[in-house]
Design a protein around this ligand. Structure first.
Ligand SMILES: C[S@@+](CC[C@H](N)C(=O)[O-])C[C@H]1O[C@@H](n2cnc3c(N)ncnc32)[C@H](O)[C@@H]1O
Length: 190
């Protein structure tokens, strides 16, 4: 595939392709329509595991269908559950955790990720990451809660100790206000 400098989601997907290996355990914190869950299933292969979370049954069903069409249902454990509970069901170190914040495309805009629960989920995700594991986040500051989430997220990630995490923030400078942004944090060997 040719290199495409197109959107925050492409940047996050590129980082996942670089970071995830067959056999890894990973998590999709915001299943939505299952695009990221599918990519993760492809990357971890037959011997890996993908934990995926969403609060909407519509998202879980959409993801289940997408995985079934690709013949990859066995690779994933889909939870109709808020990602803030991730630490209660994931009992093994993860190579990657991906968050695609905001609302379900084509769904109810009132059901959007919110900073209070996102923060709890990030605490859990950072604790679960194994050394050199990565956290990928796409944020959408084009709506009020999304802008609040982006602002709080920036402060939260900026405060992570550099001895334990390297943190990168990518945004398209000429895409105008509200354009999606990508954040990547990698746990260090310590
Ligand atoms: C932008 S969509 C995700 C798109 C998805 N990554 C994909 O590939 O299609 C954001 C999703 O986050 C979900 N969400 C909102 N609050 C949540 C929470 N507390 N825990 C898990 N998912 C949540 C929404 O229901 C929505 O489906």
């Amino acid at each position: 595939m040719s290199y495409e400098l197109k959107s925050a989601r492409y940047l996050a997907a590129d980082a996942l392709r670089a970071a995830v290996r067959p056999g890894d355990a990973v998590a999709d914190a915001t299943m939505g329509n299952g695009h990221d869950t599918l990519l993760l299933c492809e990357l971890v292969g037959d011997t890996g595991r993908v934990y995926a979370f969403d609060v909407q049954s519509q998202a879980v069903e959409s993801t289940r269908r997408r995985l079934a069409e690709a013949g990859l249902t066995d690779h994933a454990r889909l939870f109709l559950m808020g990602h803030e509970h991730m630490g209660e069901v994931v009992q093994e170190p993860l190579s990657a955790v991906v968050f695609n914040l905001g609302w379900l495309p084509g769904g109810d805009h009132a059901v959007t990720t919110r900073w209070e629960t996102t923060q709890k989920a990030l605490d859990a995700a950072l604790a679960l990451l194994k050394p050199m594991g990565v956290l990928l986040i796409c944020a959408y500051p084009g709506h009020e809660e999304g802008e609040r989430e982006r602002r709080e997220l920036t402060a939260y990630l900026s405060a992570l100790p550099p001895q334990r995490f390297n943190v990168l923030h990518q945004r398209f400078l000429n895409a105008g206000p509200g354009a999606p942004e990508c954040f990547i944090a990698q746990k260090q060997n310590y």
